[in-house]
Design a protein around this ligand. Structure first.
Ligand code: F0G
Length: 461
């Protein structure tokens, strides 16, 4: 008997469903679903440090996985059903160089580098969980819509494990080549539609409802269970101490939602005694959450957010044909599907939302990369957010802050080259249309004749 069940997050419904059902919304009321557990029947460790024991048995794939090492906290599958490819070997790194740049004290700023996952982004934390559930329910075909990383992740799980095939839907916009090339290389059937990510997601949801295809986007509640473990690894990296802040880029808001649920559960289980504050950072050109949170004052409100606000805002967006646009293509999203769960996370974690410009995002991406942690533009939003919040005095110089670097630098080499190249044509094509006028952290190649004299002169020796 499974101790896990699916449950509607709407407190006026709270309907429950078996884990054997394939659902991406509550059939009764249409709200999002959680995976919940009968914690009384679960064997949950008395203290989080018990999970460290598993480092000793790392030849066992489920102990090696940075997700399934914490399996008692996402206890919906039998061990022999788990689909893992060694995800979650990611590290928490103290970064005093960036701390200095953010006017913070040494030893306070940390980067959780999720680019080290097998497909190069945090998505693998979720995809191992979704793939496990897909296998549990006997799915042979899976699908997702993606701005790039979800598709790369799903494609790698389909490719490596051979448990199922996969279809990925992408829009015709700005998918970064690093990500698209992964999906193609790993053998995903790739459907490019005319439209953007939101259009692709709406379409794949409709198709998965109608045909026997298992949906792996973050409306799948099992996927978010895997993403909780990013928080467990951060706590582990801090010797099981809770930081003051978690800072995360906001797109479809799966991460923010998963992080909130992780802390809600750990607190309820008595495994932590405080919850960190959550800062979700939007790109200015894709700032739906920021708009709802900071302009319209939308709140979780004990599970009863003012849905009329959502409807009227989305109607206006459609009437004005307002579409998200940012160089951080990973988070170029109009209608974040996990918005309501993210409101819950912001409530649990006394959270805040900020938006930052593309100029700030790509400058901060370059600053982070210059300390050796190559990441893609969306991840740059975290340090841009910290700088903002330091400036506002919301984060103090002695606060312990963890930024989630969500994707690897090699995901979007075109943008990196446009930034560093000092080539006016490339700059005009890639950066200026997004309002980026300067590249203060560019490190362009120095072109010289192949003579010792010229090289020595260029090196200033
Ligand atoms: N950072 C990166 C690198 C991403 O790929 C995404 C989302 C996010 C941040 C935002 O995370 O949706 O949990 O708020 N990428 C999705 C995709 C949408 O299709 O790959 P979120």
């Amino acid at each position: 008997m499974s101790i896990a069940f699916q449950q509607c997050i709407n407190p006026d419904c709270s309907a429950t469903y078996d884990v054997g059902q394939i659902l991406t919304a509550c059939p009764k009321c249409g709200s999002l679903l959680d995976v919940n557990y009968d914690w009384n029947a679960a064997r949950v460790p008395m203290s989080l440090s018990e999970f460290e024991e598993r480092w000793k048995s790392r030849l066992n794939p489920v102990d090696y996985s940075g997700v399934w090492r914490f399996r008692e906290l996402l206890n919906f599958a039998r061990e022999d059903q788990i689909v893992t490819i060694g995800e979650g070997q990611t590290i928490l790194q103290k970064n005093d160089q960036l701390a200095r740049q953010c006017h913070m004290q040494p030893g306070t700023l940390f980067l959780q580098y999720e680019g080290l996952n097998p497909s190069g982004s945090f998505k693998d934390n979720g995809m191992t969980a979704a793939s496990t559930h897909a296998r549990m329910v006997g799915a042979t075909m899976t699908a997702c819509a993606s701005t790039g990383n979800t598709s790369a992740s799903l494609a790698i799980y389909a490719g490596v494990t051979g448990h199922f095939r996969c279809i990925v839907f992408i829009g015709s916009g700005k998918i970064a080549f690093g990500k698209l090339s992964q999906a193609l290389d790993y053998g995903a059937r790739t459907i490019q539609i005319r439209g953007d990510f939101d259009d692709a997601l709406a379409r794949v949801r409709q198709i998965c409802e109608k045909y026997p295809i298992y949906l792996c986007n973050s409306v799948n509640p099992f996927r978010l269970e895997g993403q909780k473990t990013i928080m467990y690894r951060i706590l582990e990296g801090l010797g099981w101490e809770v930081p003051d802040w978690i800072v995360v880029p906001g797109g479809n808001l799966g991460n923010s939602s998963a992080f909130g649920k992780a802390f809600m559960e750990l607190r309820m289980l008595g495994l932590i005694n405080k919850v960190p504050r959550l800062a979700v950072i939007n790109a200015e050109g894709a700032a739906t959450l920021d708009d709802f949170w900071n302009v319209h004052g939308l709140r979780w409100n004990d599970g009863r957010p003012d849905s009329s606000l959502l409807e009227s805002r989305y109607q206006k967006m459609d009437a004005a044909n307002e579409r998200a646009s940012t160089l951080a293509s990973a988070i170029e999203i109009n209608r974040p599907v996990n918005l309501i769960k993210a409101l819950r996370a912001l409530d649990v974690c006394d959270g805040i939302v900020r938006k930052v410009s593309d100029q700030e995002i790509i400058d901060c991406r370059a600053r982070i990369a210059a300390t050796g942690f190559g990441c893609e533009p969306a991840s740059g939003a975290t340090i841009a957010g910290v700088m903002r919040l330091r400036h506002e005095g919301v984060i103090s110089a002695s606060d312990r802050v963890v930024c989630i670097l969500t994707g690897h630098q090699l995901k979007d080499p075109d943008l990196t080259m446009a930034y560093h190249s000092a080539d006016p044509a490339l700059m005009a094509k890639k950066l200026t249309p997004a309002g980026v006028q300067h590249t203060p952290f560019a490190n362009p190649p120095v072109v010289v004749d192949n003579t010792e004299k010229d090289i020595v002169a260029a090196l200033g020796l």
